[in-house]
Design a protein around this ligand. Structure first.
Ligand code: ADP
Ligand code: MG
Length: 419
């Protein structure tokens, strides 16, 4: 904390904002990345998920404008796909004035017109915050005055830890507060998801944005993605002599995007063939009978994964309620087998995390997020956690892979105003 009582990260973001835009921001907001303990590929099937917020956050320093301009800057933009400084980005018929300004000490500031935002029209990272403005306007919220925004984030990008949702949700709460919109966390999450789906063009479910908006410190968020009802489930592995680790493999295989869309299509085909709106409607105890009615092996595998994964989320919640956190390990490993063998969204690096962690004495492990790279979660006894982490690192070295990044998953706060 600093003299004003705000965390140092907020003061730093405010200082950088002043350098960029020549005046203080109206406020500073933070939204976390997340890691999903269990419930994968269920959130576009109206199913259950159980993420926790990470201590890693996206921070947004923001000031309201009145002239309809939107100016966007990210401290990490150089590392992201950003248009060349000084270039004017044009995007076909829906082109909008999108300029990246290099002059006047405002290197890398992207300038846009709020009223001219069109889906697909903003290239690179700026599409995430711009998409939030677009989604708010589309939903009739009066944010047309525009804003100056500086973003900085400690959430690793493309690691399956939702750096994109963190940017969106921090931006969404900032605009909500500055424009007095009175929207709830779930409202903002749904608008942020719409920004990512329709404006950026990424067909994600609602888990990431809901986790960033609704998670609380010390808890997992049990989320029913059908009606967005939430339950905060206390989660303190240390109190049970355990540790939950995140292992970021540092790889991201290119086939991920197409494969995600294919699995979605497989789930939708399964629901149609079974005469239900979504696979959520298929009770676990009717699964064998449901599978018997499906011919296509790919569709059958999608149905088996989603229906059994929803069940695994419910089993996990029951185990946590009963105080049997150790037993969650086996459920995680079962979930990994389903993602690897049925849904086929794992990859050699993720499989190696799981097999080497289990061989070194972990209680359970699974890939988390969309797969094809990204991260895994590992549940281990406190006494075994360091051995497990080095066993995974050794296995990666022996396989010739880049060293993975391992850190504890400490359940942290959701979106909030810092300053
Ligand atoms: P994930 O959300 O799992 O990290 P995504 O592919 O959904 O992966 O989102 C990553 C993208 O989000 C990056 O390629 C970039 O465009 C954007 N992004 C995330 N964090 C930042 C940041 N700090 N600055 C600029 N862009 C960012
Ligand atoms: Mg994302």
């Amino acid at each position: 904390m600093t003299a004003t009582g705000a965390p140092a990260v907020a003061e730093e973001a405010a200082a950088r904002f002043r350098e960029l835009y020549g005046a203080a921001p109206d406020g500073v907001w933070a939204a976390p990345g997340r890691v999903n303990l269990i419930g994968e590929y269920t959130d576009f099937n109206d199913g259950f998920v159980m993420p926790l917020a990470l201590p890693h956050t996206a921070v947004a320093a923001v000031a309201r404008r009145t002239d309809g301009r939107l100016r966007l800057h990210s401290a990490q933009a150089q590392a992201q796909a950003t248009p060349q400084a000084g270039a004017t980005a044009q995007a076909g018929a829906g082109a909008q004035a999108s300029r990246v300004v290099a002059a006047g000490g405002r290197r890398g500031v992207v300038e846009l017109e709020a009223a001219a935002l069109r889906p697909g029209g903003v290239p690179g990272w700026a599409a995430y915050p711009a998409g939030v403005v677009w989604a708010l306007r589309e939903a009739g919220h009066p944010v047309g005055g525009g804003a100056d925004i500086h973003l900085t984030s400690t959430v690793p990008t493309g690691a399956g830890l939702s750096s994109s949702a963190a940017l969106e949700v921090a931006t969404a709460l900032a605009l909500n507060d500055l424009y007095g919109l009175g929207l709830t966390g779930p409202d903002l999450a749904v608008l942020a998801q719409r920004a990512e789906n329709a404006f950026v063009g990424v067909p994600c479910g609602v888990m990431d944005q809901m986790a960033s908006a609704r998670c609380t410190a010390g808890h997992l968020l049990h989320l029913d993605t059908r009606d967005l009802s939430c339950r905060q489930v206390p989660f303190d592995p240390a109190a049970h002599g355990l540790r939950l680790l995140v292992v970021d493999t540092g790889v991201r295989h290119a086939l991920g995007d197409g494969a995600y869309a294919e699995r979605r299509a497989g789930c939708e085909a399964g629901a149609r063939a079974l005469g239900v709106r979504t696979l959520r409607e298929v009770p676990y105890d009717t699964l064998p009978e449901a599978l018997g009615r499906l011919d296509d092996p790919v569709v059958r595998a999608c149905v088996r994964h989603v229906v059994s994964e929803n069940r695994r989320v419910e089993r996990t919640m029951a185990l946590l309620d009963a105080g049997d956190v150790r037993a969650v390990g086996a459920v995680l490993s079962e979930g990994h087998a389903s993602l690897r063998d049925d849904l086929r969204v794992s990859c050699p690096e993720l499989d190696l995390v799981v097999s080497s962690a289990l061989a070194a004495g972990a209680l359970g492990a699974r890939m988390t997020g969309g797969g094809f790279g990204g991260s895994a979660v590992v549940l281990a006894g406190e006494d075994a956690a360091d051995t497990v982490a080095s066993a995974v690192a050794d296995a990666f070295a022996a396989a010739g892979y880049r060293a993975p990044r391992v850190f504890p998953a400490v359940p942290s706060e959701g979106v909030r105003r810092l300053l």
